[in-house]
Design a protein around this ligand. Structure first.
Ligand code: FE2
Length: 199
């Protein structure tokens, strides 16, 4: 089924000063829109237009004849998940069950933060940093290019886009500063709680 480019769940300027309206305009209206458009065309060409995007991502992962379909499908999905991983006035430590699970699996929120920042800044070139549930345990991982936890059989709870297009206009080459803003001022812990409850 065709995958729709959803509007951002907040106004373009709602994440300022941490992410500018200009970045969100380019990132959502140009980059994300292109992945969605390409994905829908490629899914149709591959005779997979009747499948959900998650099914297509799983079926095309590690199939070299379908790398374009995988890359565009996963990028279409990843960006929607990224927009929902952010919220105005977000960031800081979680509360409730997510906080308890973070303490249990990482030792402390500070340790989680350290691991997430390391994963996000050490991903060489383009990719993503994720908080995932892997067989019931929280883990921080990074992934190259379009690869995501749907492909690798984990449950995503949060993601940070570390492709340069995510931060270059606002931070130039300072990816660590962008990741700090993500963790301290933008993370939407409500998404992680919903994903954890549904897993
Ligand atoms: Fe992106």
């Amino acid at each position: 089924m065709a995958y729709e480019l959803a509007d951002l769940p907040y106004a373009y300027d709602a994440l300022e000063p941490y992410i500018s309206a200009k970045t969100l305009e380019f990132h959502h209206d140009k980059h994300h829109a292109a992945y969605v458009k390409n994905y829908n065309q490629m899914a149709q060409d591959a005779g997979m237009a009747d499948k959900s995007i998650e099914e297509v991502i799983k079926a095309s992962y590690n199939d070299s004849s379908k790398s374009g379909l995988f890359n565009n499908g996963a990028q279409a999905w990843n960006h929607t998940f990224f927009w929902n991983s952010l919220k105005p006035g977000g960031g800081g430590a979680p509360t409730g069950e997510v906080a308890e699970k973070i303490n249990a699996d990482f030792g402390s929120y500070d340790k989680f933060k350290e691991e997430f920042k390391k994963a996000a800044t050490s991903q060489f070139g383009s990719g993503w940093a994720w908080l995932v549930l892997d067989n019931g345990t929280l883990k921080v991982i990074n992934s190259p290019n379009a690869v995501n936890p749907i492909a690798t059989g984990q449950t995503p709870l949060l993601t940070c886009d570390v492709w340069e297009h995510a931060y270059y206009l606002d931070y130039q080459n300072r990816r660590p500063d962008f990741v700090d803003a993500f963790l301290n001022n933008l993370v939407n812990w409500d998404l992680a709680a919903q994903q954890m409850a549904a897993a």
